[in-house]
Design a protein around this ligand. Structure first.
Ligand SMILES: [Zn+2]
Length: 105
């Protein structure tokens, strides 16, 4: 039987004997608040999952959007598709890519 996270609105499965999911445990441990979000904060676990699944998600922080956008771009997804998944304008994705190229140069 799969139980789900005790945090409201969270449908992530929990491991046996756990009350809340990995993501919320992580947030709680780091910030003392399972709903903590701030644009400078990124949950690497969330970012990984989103990049992996390449499916649109809500509730990402600003930094998470940038990190997901970067991850998806590295996987070769078209800018329009990256934009759809992270919920930004394609122009934003092009800007991120420009900034990344500049950072590397
Ligand atoms: Zn949860």
């Amino acid at each position: 039987m799969t139980r789900t996270c005790a945090i409201d609105d969270c449908t992530n499965p929990v491991r046996p004997g756990r009350r809340i999911c990995h993501k919320h445990r992580h947030r709680l441990a780091r910030h003392g608040d399972p709903d903590f979000t701030e644009w400078t904060v990124a949950d690497e676990y969330d970012v990984e999952i989103v990049v992996e699944q390449a499916r649109p998600v809500e509730g990402l922080t600003r930094l998470e959007r940038v990190m997901v956008g970067r991850g998806l771009s590295r996987r070769g997804l078209p800018a329009a598709e990256v934009a759809r998944i992270v919920g930004v304008d394609p122009r934003t994705v092009y800007r991120w890519r420009r900034e990344d190229r500049r950072a590397v140069a």
